[in-house]
Design a protein around this ligand. Structure first.
Ligand SMILES: Cc1cc2nc3c(=O)[nH]c(=O)nc-3n(C[C@H](O)[C@H](O)[C@H](O)COP(=O)(O)O)c2cc1C
Length: 169
């Protein structure tokens, strides 16, 4: 899939089929996170790949805005170093790379939560040096989703040419 096509069609997927992504694809998704750029190349992240059903069930109970994570084939908890001011930006870039890499192979996902998630950190044995940034749930979509049909503000509202307020389009 072309990069722009992936960006254009990727959607939040919250219902997953029972078919599990193959191991080499899971590895590629994590690699997409590892290969991401970060400020001063600090790579202040740690990715925890969770495939055990019992842990996914527990995560579904913990995540207030993502109970559906219990139905995912796998989840990746993205932890970032606490003492790095820019780690949120770094981690977010890695997240987007992982989401797009999965999507390009037909695997849907969604970003759940934002910022510290103490219960998740405790469940996963995260050391005090790190904090949760997001929990990503992955799986093949349970149903066909409207590829490319997104609710977004028009370009005229969110982009300018040369100076703020001069219409770009
Ligand atoms: C930083 C961030 C945090 C999000 N947190 C949640 C969340 O906690 N639960 C959830 O179901 N979706 C979450 N989402 C997904 C958004 O709600 C979703 O991407 C947005 O509504 C647009 O929908 P679409 O991606 O299907 O176009 C989050 C997305 C981002 C970028």
């Amino acid at each position: 899939m072309e990069v722009f096509d992936a960006v254009r069609t990727v959607l939040a997927v919250r219902r997953y089929s029972a078919q599990r992504p193959p191991g080499d694809l899971v590895r590629r998704i994590v690699e997409a996170g590892r290969l991401s750029a970060s400020a001063t190349n600090s790579q202040p992240w740690h990715f925890i790949v969770i495939e055990e059903r019992a842990t996914l069930d527990q995560i579904g109970r913990i995540m207030d805005t993502g109970h559906y994570a219990a139905g995912a084939s796998l989840a990746i908890a993205v932890m970032i170093e606490k003492d790095r001011r820019i780690a949120v930006s770094d981690g977010s870039r890695a997240i987007q790379n992982m989401i797009l890499t999965a999507w390009s192979e037909g695997v849907g996902s969604n970003w759940i939560g934002f910022g510290r998630m103490p219960a998740l950190e405790t469940l996963l044995g995260v050391p005090d040096s790190h904090q949760g940034l997001a929990l990503l749930a992955f799986g093949y979509p349970a149903e066909t989703i409207g590829r490319g049909r997104k609710k977004r503000k028009p370009l005229s509202e969110i982009a300018s040419r040369e100076r703020y307020g001069t219409p770009f389009a």
